[in-house]
Design a protein around this ligand. Structure first.
Ligand SMILES: Cc1cc2nc3c(=O)[nH]c(=O)nc-3n(C[C@H](O)[C@H](O)[C@H](O)COP(=O)(O)OP(=O)(O)OC[C@H]3O[C@@H](n4cnc5c(N)ncnc54)[C@H](O)[C@@H]3O)c2cc1C
Length: 595
């Protein structure tokens, strides 16, 4: 079954659940109105469904091919990429000054979800290029911006993000790629990077590498890293492509999924060093990389949402068709969708997908607010809240991608496990999203160690208070179709609140015990926030006129399912954070792992 972009759902969540509607109303988005938002989402949905989705299976089967240093993309990919870029999709968010359309990040996020549903392997190159554009725009000098931004924005060239080396994965500060100063103000790079996404390919004529490297006299660790732009082909004074730079792809990886996304080992400096241009200041490379990574982390969360959406659509269609067993009183085999366990799987898939979407889009709207709100205090608050939610958007949504893709296989039974239905590909593809852009374990540490303590804990407390306001409205609605949504969400928030306070104290007393609970805390946070965002959407939908795409009854049922089946995990998760670390410690851990 092919993918159909859920454009009405997406536009609804953008406008209501994520709060883009409020930004339109308060004028912080200039001329942008709901009609334009709807038109962009609809057109993107059409492109994703009609042009990109058909590339997904052949891309998986054939994969990217490596020969003599060159990577050939699967048949049809180059044409699809070029028509995608020509249609302006790469340029949605970039400033108009550089040829972009200046649209909000939130709209681009909706598009990234749809590109990812259509083909996760396709979406990955452009999302990294987008993140590179933002880093160059924010930190680059005028000359670099003039030379590189227009073509990176249009998609004529693509960008990469290069941190990882064999000894430096999560520990970025251990990287060794060497940068040496050259008297003309440029640098020479030598070393090796591994696992570089779209490090080499034939989609574009030039590839611009964004590389972290270390100067010989720099301090150790992350404080000694600098950020460089390294083009595959150097650029002549007239803007044409010049000499080939001293870098090459040595090989590509054979991997579990995203077969059409070339994952390259890159070698710099076979002939004395690749010519490189510094972005920002020496030894301040991590600040540039964080600009790039924050956008890329949200985008990887959106990949999880995208795969989950497609897996849900396919499982639902299969469950309606596949007939097995006879329900009591019937002589005919029934479609499996009538069975409660199958219904539970399908509802879990849809509820998790929608909750992850709401969290990701809310984070994107906060990024927009952080840039565009009219007063500095609102911008500051939005910046801090976006920082708080980014690791949650990345880790929860990428976990959801995996869980939902796995449930999708389960709904298909044996047909899901064999490759024929495509359900297996979703799980293989989704698996990487919990690993790259900082593993989900590292996201959880970031949440607990850096984001929860932001502004002395007031950022997280203010967010929890806002979530409580939604619960109060659910309770006040006194609508029996909500079931015990209000009560369950209220309990989940109480657990989140108490656990947050416990963590803040524990971080000061015994940081190791606090960090031991980081992963269940992130899940607890997601369960509480996701449930409240779904309830908020349900309230908004129930206020819409009859028959509106908001679908009040459906959204209430989904919010209820989430609250009564997923948010109820909060007490267990909270106990795991506060009391579950005992066996991780020295002697018990050693004893448990001995044999
Ligand atoms: C398909 C693919 C594409 C990729 N694309 C890119 C790319 O374009 N650019 C790029 O630079 N990199 C890329 N990567 C690399 C990716 O970002 C790393 O694999 C990832 O950051 C994890 O690093 P690692 O593999 O070395 O794992 P490790 O760092 O060795 O981690 C192994 C495990 O230990 C845990 N762990 C590690 N350190 C800690 C700690 N301090 N505390 C708690 N737990 C810890 C991790 O969470 C993980 O579970 C890609 C990888 C793959 C597989």
């Amino acid at each position: 079954m092919t993918y159909r972009a859920p454009v009405a759902d997406i536009a609804f969540t953008l406008k209501h659940g994520a709060g883009l509607g409020r930004m339109i109303e308060d004028g912080s988005l200039g001329d942008l109105d709901a009609d334009l938002l709807g038109a962009v989402v609809t057109e993107a949905g059409r492109f994703a469904s009609d042009v990109l989705a058909p590339l997904n299976r052949p891309g998986d089967r054939q994969g990217a091919a490596f020969k003599d240093g060159a990577v050939t993309m699967p048949p049809g990919w180059k044409e699809a990429y070029r028509s995608w870029a020509a249609a302006g999709w790469n340029a949605l968010v970039a400033p108009t000054q550089w040829g972009g359309q200046g649209l909000p990040h939130a709209i681009n996020s909706a598009c990234i979800e749809m590109w990812s549903s259509a083909s996760m392997a396709f979406s990955l190159g452009p999302l990294l290029t987008n993140a590179a554009v933002e880093a160059l725009r924010a930190h680059g000098c005028d000359e670099l911006k003039k030379t590189y931004l227009p073509k990176l924005v249009s998609g004529e060239w693509m960008g990469t993000m290069e941190m990882t080396e064999p000894q430096a994965g999560s520990d970025v500060g251990a990287l060794r790629t060497k940068a040496e100063r050259v008297p003309d103000g440029t640098y020479r790079l030598s070393g090796q990077k591994i696992f570089i996404t779209y490090g080499e390919h034939d989609l574009t004529d030039n590839i611009i590498h964004f590389v972290l490297a270390r100067l010989p006299d720099s301090p150790p660790g992350t404080k000694g890293l600098s950020f460089f732009l390294v083009p595959k082909f150097l650029i002549n004074a007239d803007g044409s492509l010049g000499e080939r730079n001293d870098l090459r792809a040595h090989s590509i990886e054979h991997k579990l999924g995203i077969h059409a996304s070339p994952t390259c080992t890159m070698v710099y400096g076979d002939h004395g060093g690749a010519k490189a241009f510094l972005i920002g200041e020496e030894n301040r490379g991590m600040a540039c990389m964080f600009t790039m990574m924050n956008l890329a982390r949200l985008a990887v969360g959106l990949q999880g949402v995208g795969v989950a959406e497609r897996a849900t659509q396919e499982a639902l269609a299969y469950a309606r068709e596949r007939r097995q067993g006879r329900p009591a009183g019937s002589s005919e085999p029934a479609p499996i969708i009538v069975y409660p366990d199958v219904k539970r799987m399908l509802l879990s898939m849809r509820a998790l997908t929608r909750a992850a979407r709401a969290i990701c889009y809310s984070t994107a709207v906060l990024n927009d607010r952080a840039h565009r709100a009219k007063n500095e205090e609102t911008r500051r608050q939005a910046r801090e809240r976006a920082a708080l939610l980014t690791p949650i958007a990345k880790a929860f949504s990428s976990d959801v991608g995996i869980e939902v893709a796995s449930l999708g296989i389960q709904v298909h039974g044996g047909m899901g496990y064999i490759e024929e239905t495509g359900a297996a590909q979703h799980l293989r593809d989704a698996r990487i999203a919990a690993i790259y852009e900082g593993t989900n374990g590292i996201q959880a540490l970031d949440l607990v160690a850096r984001k929860v303590p932001l502004a002395d804990g007031t950022t997280v407390q203010a967010y929890i208070e806002d979530l409580r306001r939604t619960v109060a409205v659910v309770n006040a609605a006194n609508d029996p179709t909500f079931g015990s949504t209000g009560a369950r969400l209220s309990e989940a928030l109480d657990h989140l609140d108490r656990t947050t306070l416990w963590l803040l104290k524990q971080l000061a007393k015994d940081p190791d015990t606090a960090l031991a609970g980081a992963t269940p805390y992130l899940r607890l946070f997601s369960a509480a926030a996701g449930g409240c965002l779904l309830a908020d959407e349900a309230l908004a939908a129930s206020r819409q006129p009859e028959g509106d795409s908001g679908d009040g009854a459906g959204r209430i049922a989904l919010a209820r399912f989430f609250a009564e089946n997923i948010a109820v995990q909060a007490p267990g998760l909270a106990a795991s954070v506060t009391d579950g670390a005992g066996a991780l410690d020295g002697a018990p851990f050693t004893a448990a792992m001995q044999h």
